[in-house]
Design a protein around this ligand. Structure first.
Ligand SMILES: Nc1nc2c(ncn2[C@@H]2O[C@H](COP(=O)(O)OP(=O)(O)OP(=O)(O)O)[C@@H](O)[C@H]2O)c(=O)[nH]1
Length: 737
């Protein structure tokens, strides 16, 4: 829509409003009030033979008629249920004049010139008043009515009797504008209350139930319907006065119940069993009164006075209950109470007017209702805003709590994840360590074992980067033997006692690989260098655990190495001859077997010489055992020096030696032993400064494949040759045959 259209729309609304306002005002200008100047007479009029009421034809000034003030409840009723009223009609310029009456208590008939011109309601067959509802009426008057007397015959078993509200003569055409003029405000307020009530009630129907708003909604709905049911325009909508009166009664009776609910939900401090009893009693009254009325047991009109009393009492009681705790109220509660007090004041005023306690005037109940509903809407909105603000605050708090908990949880999950991966890593490393130790168990030589360990280190320590430095005997620096990954830059050497932090890199882990030794310092084999990785070891716990794991691994490996070292030492001891330092018989036998197999497989030559010192027993006997040992050691040394590195000299036992010469011929052996015996012949042994003289040797030589096709028999053949050398006079070398 354009701005021009907007302006036209606003103008139309303005003109309509002015039209509604001014047109009736203009119409009102022609009305003549008839609220004063009435005469009354209690009781019913006798009738003539034609059924005409005699009182309705009595001229003014006749006795029996008394002037009355106002239009209802003349004095001295004394239980009378029938009242006659009359008024001389004034002069006026009217077209189709009518007497407008806001309401009649309760049944009325109108007569002019003894003719009945109007009737509202009737008596039942027992002559009892049948309530026909309260509504405005237009009593048609003759066009020329000046000076004529209008008689009203009224029946009422209600507390009030007579005409109520506006009583005025006007043109019939002026009635509708006047009704619209007097009722539109009430209609607007009723609509507003109904909308507010419906919205608030909807909020209660859907969770989360806002009972506070619900109680306000109930109140607003009740006021809205009540205003509509009491609005003059209702008759234009639906001309069934009794139906409107039932609606008005139900909603009017609901007001204190709604107030009870408001007190319950807006004033938790006031919430008592007594309060609930009050509004439950009112609810019971509403139900019983309306049911009995609907069933015809009582008149609807009779339920109002007793309810008015109940309303008064319950309002006072509720006010007392509320005031008892007023020191604990907050601003919203004070505002609710003040609005309700103002509204109740207007209701009481209306009640007083209804019962003619004070003279009739248009009590602005709808303004009271509007003020109350508006207050409640504003208070509810304020309360709602405040609650929303608090909820938002709470939400933000909860969100931050949830975020905190979530991050805690995530960090726990991360930690658990890391722990699980660490455990998996530990497990796989333990497995790898177990495999390494298994492999080391089958290793006899320390050097070989070290090679295996260094090869396994990258797998054992991955994903950490590292290096291994070897400690060589008598060298001050450790030298790099291995590093992983290949591009990992590490120093080529390390001092014997390095510290973790070198050059610009973070402190490295250095694990010495030492073998403990009895009664001497540990044997330093080398140092394992590892670079702790902060990504893999996110916190100190994992850092420490990993470090301990590696330390434990190193300790286990060192123990295995220690065992290998011991075995190696024992093996050395078991293969060597303790006296001469030569290999012993056991070594010879194993070597012999190995060399024999090799010679046979490769068809290479293998020569064996067996040497025996001549008359050694005599020597021993003459010079003593210790001197014999000196000779044994001397011969052993000479033998060892006489042969190549590949040749192995062993002491078979006693004074008997054997030399195994792989890839050698028998003559090679012969030549070397011959040279050696020449040296021996010129060697004068000494022991304890005592000259021992010289010794001679006998020797048998056998060679494969020269003397045998089976190298395993070489010893036997050579021994036979030695035997023959001995037999032949000793100090000689004999070849196998
Ligand atoms: N001093 C010393 N004597 C040993 C050792 N082992 C064996 N004997 C001695 O070597 C002697 C070997 O004597 P026999 O087997 O009779 O041989 P032999 O006296 O050399 O006589 P023939 O071999 O026939 O020339 C024995 O008296 C042993 O006690 C040892 O380690 N040291």
């Amino acid at each position: 829509m354009t701005r021009k259209h907007h302006r036209l729309g606003l103008l139309a609304i303005l003109w309509l409003t002015l039209g509604i306002w001014f047109f009736p005002q203009a119409a009102l200008a022609t009305e003549t009030s008839l609220r004063n100047g009435w005469e009354y007479r209690w009781g019913d009029s006798p009738q003539d033979a034609n059924g005409h009421f005699l009182w309705a034809s009595e001229p003014t000034g006749t006795s029996g008629w008394l002037p009355m003030s106002g239009t209802a409840n003349p004095p001295h009723r004394h239980g009378n249920e029938t009242l006659w009223m009359r008024h001389q009609l004034p002069a006026g310029e009217w077209h189709h004049p009518v007497l407008f009456v806001s309401s009649i208590d309760l049944i009325g008939e109108a007569y002019i010139d003894n003719q009945q011109i109007f009737r509202h309601g009737s008596l039942d067959s027992n002559g009892q008043v049948q309530f026909a509802g309260w509504s405005w009426h237009t009593i048609p008057l003759p066009d020329v009515s000046e000076g004529k007397v209008l008689y009203l015959r009224i029946h009422s078993d209600y507390s009030d009797i007579g005409l109520w509200g506006k009583v005025a003569i006007m043109d019939e055409s002026a009635v509708l504008p006047m009704i619209l003029a007097t009722s539109w405000e009430g209609l607007v307020v009723a609509t507003f209350c109904l909308i507010v009530g419906s919205l608030a009630s909807l909020l209660v129907l859907s969770p989360p139930r806002q009972w506070r708003l619900g109680s306000v909604g109930f109140f607003s709905l009740a006021i809205g319907i009540m205003l509509l049911a009491e609005n003059d325009s209702r008759k234009l909508l639906l001309d069934i006065p009794l139906l409107w009166n039932y609606l008005a009664a139900a909603t009017y009776f609901s007001l204190p119940i709604a107030m009870g609910l408001i007190l319950e939900h807006w004033f938790p401090q006031v919430r008592t069993r007594f309060l609930r009893l009050i509004w439950l009693a009112l609810l019971a009254y509403l139900t019983i009164a309306l049911s009995m009325s609907l069933m015809g047991m009582i008149s609807l009109s009779s339920t109002f006075p007793s309810f008015d009393v109940l309303l008064l009492i319950s309002t006072i009681l509720m006010a007392l209950l509320a005031l008892r705790r007023c020191h604990t109220f907050n601003i919203h509660q004070y505002l609710v109470l003040a609005s309700y007090a103002a509204f109740v004041f207007i209701l009481m005023l209306d009640m007083a007017v209804a019962h003619s306690i004070i003279d009739w005037f248009e009590v602005p109940v709808h303004f009271g209702a509007l003020a109350f509903t508006l207050s409640m809407v504003i208070i509810s909105l304020r309360h709602y805003t405040q609650t929303q603000r608090e909820l938002n605050h709470l939400n933000r708090f909860l969100e931050s709590e949830v975020a905190e908990r979530t991050s805690e949880l995530q960090s726990h999950v991360k930690q658990e994840h890391q722990r699980a991966s660490l455990i998996a890593l530990e497990h796989s490393k333990s497995q790898a360590l177990a495999d390494l130790i298994d492999r080391l168990q089958g290793t006899a030589a320390l050097e070989h074992a070290l090679e295996i360990i260094v090869d396994a280190l990258p797998e054992l320590t991955s994903p950490l980067r590292g290096a291994f430095y070897r400690q060589n005997t008598d060298e001050p620096l450790l030298s790099l033997t291995h590093h992983w990954p290949k591009d990992y830059q590490v120093p080529a050497t390390l001092p014997s006692s390095p510290s973790g932090g070198t050059d610009n890199r973070p402190p490295s882990w250095l694990f010495p690989l030492d073998i403990p030794r009895p009664q001497q310092d540990a044997l330093h084999l080398g140092i394992l260098w590892l670079e702790p990785n902060t990504r893999l070891l996110p916190n100190s716990e994992y850092h420490e655990r990993t470090r301990r794991l590696i330390e434990t691994g190193i300790t286990r490996v060192a123990l295995v190495l220690s065992s290998i070292s011991l075995q190696e030492k024992l093996a050395t001891l078991s293969y060597n001859d303790g006296l001469t330092g030569l290999r012993n018989r056991r070594y010879f036998e194993e070597l012999m077997f190995h060399e024999a197999v090799s010679a046979l497989r490769n068809q290479t030559s293998l020569t064996l010489a067996i040497v025996d010192i001549d008359h050694f027993k005599l020597f021993n006997d003459r010079f003593g055992h210790s001197a014999g040992d000196v000779v044994l050691c001397g011969v052993a040394q000479l033998l060892a020096e006489s042969f190549r590195d590949n040749d192995v000299v062993c002491r078979l036992g006693g004074e008997e030696f054997v030399i195994l010469l792989p890839h050698a011929q028998a003559n090679d052996a012969l030549m070397r032993i011959d040279q050696m015996t020449q040296i021996l012949a010129s060697t004068n042994f000494k022991h304890a400064h005592q000259p021992l003289g010289t010794v001679s040797l006998s020797c048998g030589i056998a060679s494969f494949p020269c003397h045998t096709s089976d190298p395993h028999t070489l010893l036997e053949i050579a021994d036979n040759a030695l035997y023959r050398a001995k037999q032949s006079g000793r100090a000689r070398i004999t070849m196998a045959e």
